[in-house]
Design a protein around this ligand. Structure first.
Ligand SMILES: [Zn+2]
Length: 257
C-alpha cells in the first residue's frame, strides 16, 4: 500500500532529487525497503535538507527509525604523484578533522542506530557505512584527491602571476576553486566520470546510488553483483517499483549523456 501510493505520488526524498525524473526518489524508497527486510543496514540523506522531512515521514510509515547523527568530519586525501606540500594539507586537516557534522541516518531500529556511535563522516567511512564496494570507495576517494592536486596546480599557476604566497590564502583559494569550472583539468576529468560512470550506472546499474569505479563498470564486478542483489530483491517483492527504477534511471542517464 505504502509502495503503491508512493509510486503514484512520489516525493523528493533524496539529495539527488530533481524535478525532471523520480529515479532518486524511487531508489530511495527501495533502499528503505531493503533496510526493512534486513538486506542493508543504513541509509543516509545528504543535502538539501528539504528532502529530510519527506523521507522521515516515509521511514516512519515503514516502521523504520531515523536519527540526526552527530559525527565528525575527516579530510580524506590519497597522496598523488605531484603532491601538495604537507603544511597545506595540515591546514585542511586542522580545519576539518574533528569538526562536528550532522547527517540524517535511517535504520531498522534504535539499537542499529546506537551502533554507529559518533562516526567519522569522511567520504570513505560514509561509503563503508552505506556498504558501497571497497574498490569504488577507494576510486572515489582517489578522484577527490586528484581534484585537490588539480586545484593546487591551478592556484599555484595563478600565484606565479603575482598573487599571494601565504599558505592560508593558498588553502583558501584551493577550497574556493575545488572542482570548479575554472580548473580545466578538473573539468575534463569530471566530464569523463559523468559520462563513463554516472550515465553508465544509471543505465545499467540503476539500483545503486554510488559511482562505480573503472573496474566495476566492467562485467561481473563487485558493484554489478551488488546492483543485481538489490535488483532481484525489487523484482521479486516490488515488481512495479523495480520497473520504475529502471525506466527513471534511463531518463536520468539522458540528463548526463
Ligand atoms: Zn568498484
Amino acid at each position: 500500500m505504502i509502495v503503491d501510493e508512493f509510486i503514484e505520488n512520489p516525493e523528493p526524498i533524496s539529495g539527488f532529487s530533481n524535478p525532471e525524473n523520480n529515479w532518486p526518489d524511487y531508489l530511495g524508497l527501495l533502499h528503505l525497503l531493503l533496510i526493512k527486510h534486513g538486506e542493508k543496514k543504513y541509509h543516509m540523506v545528504g543535502d538539501p535538507e528539504r528532502a529530510w522531512k519527506n523521507i522521515c515521514d516515509l521511514a516512519e510509515k515503514l516502521g523504520l527509525k531515523w536519527r540526526i547523527v552527530t559525527g565528525t568530519h575527516a579530510f580524506d586525501y590519497q597522496k598523488q604523484a605531484i603532491s601538495i606540500p604537507q603544511n597545506i594539507l595540515d591546514l585542511f586537516d586542522n580545519a576539518r578533522n574533528g569538526q562536528p557534522v550532522e547527517e540524517l541516518v535511517i535504520a531498522k531500529d534504535d539499537a542499529t542506530l546506537d551502533k554507529l556511535g559518533q562516526p567519522v563522516f569522511s567520504h570513505s567511512n560514509t561509503g563503508k557505512i552505506l556498504e558501497y564496494s571497497d574498490c569504488c570507495i577507494n576510486w572515489f576517494d582517489e578522484n577527490k584527491s586528484i581534484g585537490w592536486k588539480e586545484v593546487y596546480e591551478f592556484v599555484m599557476g595563478r600565484i606565479e602571476n603575482g598573487q599571494t604566497e601565504k599558505e592560508e590564502e593558498i588553502a583558501e583559494m584551493m577550497a574556493q576553486y575545488y572542482e570548479s569550472d575554472y580548473v580545466k583539468s578538473s573539468r575534463k576529468r569530471i566530464k569523463k566520470i559523468v559520462v563513463n560512470h554516472i550515465a553508465e550506472s544509471r543505465n545499467t546499474m540503476p539500483f545503486i546510488f554510488f559511482q562505480p569505479c573503472d573496474a566495476c563498470i566492467g562485467p561481473s564486478s563487485p558493484t554489478r553483483k551488488l546492483n543485481d542483489r538489490y535488483a532481484n530483491f525489487a523484482k521479486e517483492k516490488f515488481p512495479q517499483l523495480y520497473q520504475k527504477i529502471i525506466d527513471e534511471g534511463k531518463k536520468d542517464a539522458k540528463a548526463f549523456e
